[in-house]
Structures are given as C-alpha cells and as structure tokens.
Design a protein. Sequence first.
Length: 77
Amino acid sequence: MKNHMGKGFETGQMIPQSGNYAVFHKPHLLQPEVALLQQHAFPACAKCVVPVHFDLLHAVRAESARDKFRLLMHTHN
Ligand SMILES: [Zn+2]
C-alpha cells in the first residue's frame, strides 16, 4: 500500500494484465523488463526475499500473450 510511482506492483500481488513490465529490484540486477501473464502472482527474486517491484509498460491481450509469453522467473506461492 505504498505510493510508489502511481501504479507499481510487487512480488506476490496478482498480475492484473498480461504484458511487459519494467522490473525494479535494488539488491540484484535482474532483467530490466519481463513479460508476465495475468492471473499469476508477480514473481519473486530467485536469490533473495526482498520484494521485486514492477510497473506496467505495455499491456498485451491475453490470447496473444498465451502464445508468445512465458513466465521468465519462477513464482513462489
Ligand atoms: Zn534479489
């Protein structure tokens, strides 16, 4: 519930829209951008427990996203 650049998301929240998200994570250098599918949880860092922050860059329709995108980081539920 922090005000963080308007509409940021973080690890564990539900992904509201499929698309490309900018990745912000101070402790480690992760890929700067990631493609994520809606109705999954935003992924965690594989190396630490500090939440990763995401900002939506470009939304993609679910049906095309399913064909083109894979989760690039593991989710931890
Ligand atoms: Zn990390």
